[in-house]
Write a protein that binds this ligand. Structure first.
Ligand SMILES: [Fe+2]
Ligand SMILES: [Fe+2]
Length: 182
């Protein structure tokens, strides 16, 4: 399984451009963290680009991501990939016991949140600063479906500061802003 196979599988299951872009965003954050930690970038990119691939077809709990994980198993995706993906949904009770799983969890909700903040700005992500993201995080009414608890637990598990994590993910997304529509 290579990245192109994973991308094609995601496109086969996901027609929504917004949902595709969310997975691209998590992919680019995963790639950046893989490089930072000296981990295999393609493997981490596969996890990022596939993590919600089943969501459009199976949006309910716990079908997403359980159903997707079964499909990935049939297609020969390895255990490390599947357990990281299962671990991004806390209700599966699958432990995030690898660095890859922890990074996926830490990036998922934050990528969604940063996209939500950036998309409504005149210059989108190009001049987005940490302070704007943090201000919006405190605004409970803004992007209220994004779990602040998940974001806080993610940084705790990854043992990074909120500022550093936000900055790192902004930079990763900014470097790919055209692909992300930002
Ligand atoms: Fe998900
Ligand atoms: Fe996601």
């Amino acid at each position: 399984m290579n990245y192109t196979d994973a991308l094609n599988l995601m496109h086969e299951y996901t027609k929504s451009e917004a949902l595709r872009k969310h997975m691209y965003a998590v992919e680019v954050a995963m790639r950046a963290y893989a490089r930072k930690y000296g981990e295999p970038e393609e493997l981490w990119a596969i996890v990022g680009v596939l993590h919600d691939f089943d969501y459009e077809k199976f949006p309910t709990i716990p079908e997403h991501p359980t159903k997707g994980s079964e499909i990935l198993k049939e297609k020969g995706y390895t255990e490390d990939i599947r357990s990281a993906i299962l671990g991004h949904a806390s209700y599966t009770s699958v432990q995030r016991d690898t660095l890859m799983a922890k990074v996926l969890y830490a990036c998922d909700e934050l990528c969604g949140f940063i996209s939500a903040v950036a998309i409504i700005r005149p210059n989108k992500i190009t001049d987005l600063e940490i302070s704007s993201v943090k201000k919006k995080l405190k605004d409970k009414a803004f992007a209220k479906n994004v779990s602040r608890e998940d974001i806080n637990l993610g940084i705790k598990e990854l043992d990074v500061s909120l500022d550093d994590h936000i900055m790192f993910v902004i930079e990763a997304m900014k470097a790919n802003r055209e692909r992300l529509g930002l």
